[in-house]
Design a protein around this ligand. Structure first.
Ligand SMILES: [Zn+2]
Length: 651
């Protein structure tokens, strides 16, 4: 934290009362989750703190000692405090005969199934260093056996990134280790994080609270787990893809029924039932919290209806024959009747959210009105596992609305309003100027109207970004909202917002860089799409450039055309009238993308060959923008990388 930035403040009496009301409202006497989260514990490390090869800490539970206290401090919602304590369970756990889990070593779980010859690893966490440590912990207590298969349950990084920590690619290439994944896995792994990667990373700082100090006035949890690790992300492509809705396989002697669940928590995801072990693995579709139909880091909206449907089918087909259900986050639920009850409630939560949002939408309610009104039904509100520690009913309802009707509420006053800064300046002027607004807001702060104060102060900050009083009061309001939040992601977002209003944000100096394995997995279509995203349309006015691309090592060719400020391409083609032709191996392109090699250097070394009008290629590359994740969010952009959009207002 910056030295002169005022630190986090106390909870106000309003916040204390709000948080205390949760103690009366929720069944804190129900301790079943604590029993389940600790059940089957075998061992853990004396100190859960992992470092990468450079010695940098990439994950640590060391700063979470404050969670030892059972009683929540005034600055944390007691329901979230409970979840944060449950997520502190860490180490190696036995789930049932032959099934083990490493928990609390990352935000996700690594599941290990004992096969006939060796181990089947499901979801090797985010970082190779930590997946390795998890496997070693297993070996230490269960004996050293080789990994015979890896299964990626879905396309999110916390479920594959550590794969090189548990298998050697040579073993995969030699056919000794199978890697299984759901349909569309590789496509989805690369797609979600490339075209919109920069703002997603910046926004994820708000969702996960990675920059916040850990403590009762800072980050306490992420809902789904403690925090995401920051080690080496790797990826080995699957050798076998599950393509049918239901597939039966025997992996290293273990019978597995795979159920594809596309467009649920991830676009490519699957459930697994192990009939011989009477165990059901629901990937990330049934965890101990309400999940996100839309994560606030930003993503395409997920399908809550499909989510409920696949849970219902899994419950119908597999749960009656299951003694335990578990997921790749949180802890299992044991006992067939408990499994059936748990899955019915999970299913109904997503179905209710979906259907009731649509019902209210059909009555004409707008997104924000639905979000304000919708809450869990009485029969579900005391179920800890559907409460909103990760997703919330509020932002999930808005997301269901968005999936069907989009961002526009059909009120033409909202069709083309002034953009944030211009709107804020007018609003503050109409309200009598910043000083008048701040004076009124102080009165509202005193009565606990934090939502409105945060909103009003945001208007003043957008009108006058250097208005210290507005920034401080806005930060104070966001901070109390954070202290009150049951959702870890909302808490993190509010507290990060407060921190930035108080002036404590400086952009990470290292530019975001994709891992080598991810770049290798990128399709050329996606590479050229990303070039299109980087093209500065304003600089490209009046330019026409046509480039043929040839990749001898993969036999691929592309024709790339810049015209009308848009970059388009055709795969498998060369243009007859190209300005130039670029010939390079795909492996060289990967090095250029990873910034291991600059294009001029590659040309000088003969790794890239250029024929025709070579300077045209340099022209094209000079039109590409670079992105940095240091941009402002809670205040106007200081450094707008665009020329003023003169004369474009009516487009
Ligand atoms: Zn996950």
């Amino acid at each position: 934290m910056v030295a002169d930035a005022p630190g986090p403040k106390d909870a106000t009496p309003t916040t204390c009362a709000h948080n205390r009301s949760f103690l009366d409202m929720l069944p804190f006497g129900d301790r079943a989750d604590f029993g389940d989260a600790g059940r089957g514990f075998i061992a853990t490390l004396p100190k859960v703190e992992f470092r990468n090869a450079d010695g940098r800490v990439i994950y640590s539970l060391e700063d979470y000692g404050f969670l030892a206290s059972e009683q929540a401090p005034d600055t944390v919602n007691p329901s979230l405090w409970r979840q944060a304590r449950l997520n502190m369970n860490h180490g190696l756990f036995q789930v049932t005969d032959r099934i083990y889990q490493v928990r609390g070593f990352d935000i996700s779980n690594m599941t290990i199934i004992e096969g006939n010859r060796g181990l089947i690893v499901i979801d090797p966490l985010i970082s190779a260093e930590i997946a390795r440590a998890g496997l070693e912990l297993y070996w230490q207590h269960r004996g050293r056996k080789p990994v015979t298969a890896v299964i990626y349950s879905h396309s999110h990084v916390d479920h594959f990134g550590g794969v090189r920590g548990v298998v050697d690619e040579a073993e995969v290439n030699a056919g000794n280790v199978a890697i299984l994944a759901p349909d569309r896995f590789m496509e989805e792994v690369t797609k979600e994080n490339v075209l919109a990667g920069t703002p997603m990373i910046r926004r994820a700082m708000f969702q996960f609270g990675a920059l916040l100090t850990k403590g009762p006035r800072g980050q306490v949890d992420a809902g789904l787990g403690k925090v995401t690790s920051r080690g080496t992300v790797t990826l080995i492509p699957p050798t076998q893809v599950i393509e049918e809705p239901i597939e039966l396989h025997t992996i290293d002697g273990v019978e597995m029924i795979f159920q594809l669940t596309p467009d649920t928590e991830a676009p490519a995801e699957m459930h697994m039932f192990y009939p011989g072990l009477r165990a059901l693995n629901l990937a990330e579709n049934a965890t101990h919290n309400l999940h996100n139909i839309y994560p606030i880091r930003g993503a395409q909206v997920r399908d809550a209806n499909a989510w409920a449907k696949y849970l219902n089918e899994a419950r119908d087909q597999f749960a009656p024959k299951a003694d335990v259900v578990f997921a790749q986050h949180h802890w299992p639920v044991w006992g067939t009747s408990r499994v059936l009850d748990y899955l019915a409630k999970q299913r109904d939560t997503y179905k209710y959210l979906h259907d009731q949002t649509l019902r209210l939408m059909n009555h004409g309610l707008k997104s924000a009105e639905i979000a304000e009104r919708l809450a869990l039904p009485k029969s579900l509100e005391n179920e800890w596992h559907v409460r909103g520690y990760y997703g919330t009913f509020s932002h999930n309802a808005k997301s269901v609305y968005q999936r069907y009707l989009g961002w526009y509420d059909a009120n033409p006053a909202n069709l083309n309003p002034l953009p944030p800064v211009a709107r804020a300046k007018k609003t503050v002027a109409y309200m009598g100027g910043a000083a008048a607004v701040i004076a009124r807001a102080r009165e509202d702060f005193a009565t606990g109207e934090y939502r409105w104060v945060a909103d009003a102060m945001s208007q003043v900050v957008f009108a006058e970004p250097d208005n210290r009083a507005a920034r401080e009061l806005g930060a104070d309001a966001l901070e109390q909202l954070g202290y009150q939040s049951e959702s870890a992601t909302w808490r993190n977002a509010y507290l990060q917002g407060a921190r930035e209003l108080r002036g404590a944000f400086s952009a990470p100096t290292t530019p975001s860089r994709a891992g080598a394995d991810i770049v290798r997995g990128l399709s050329l279509d996606l590479f050229f799409d990303f070039l299109g995203v980087r093209l500065n349309g304003e600089k490209a006015e009046d330019k026409t450039i046509v480039v043929n691309w040839e990749f001898p090592d993969t036999g691929q060719r592309y024709a790339l055309t810049l015209q009308n400020c848009a970059l388009t391409y055709l795969a498998g083609r060369h243009a007859a009238e190209a300005d130039c032709t670029v010939t390079l191996d795909r492996t060289t392109l990967n090095r250029v993308i990873l910034r291991e090699l600059a294009l001029p250097e590659a040309l000088a070394q003969g790794l890239v060959k250029l024929t025709g009008n070579g300077p045209k290629l340099a022209d094209l590359f000079s039109l590409l923008d670079d992105f940095s994740m240091g941009f402002e969010i809670v205040e106007p952009l200081r450094d707008i990388p665009l020329s003023p959009p003169a004369g474009r207002g009516s487009g």
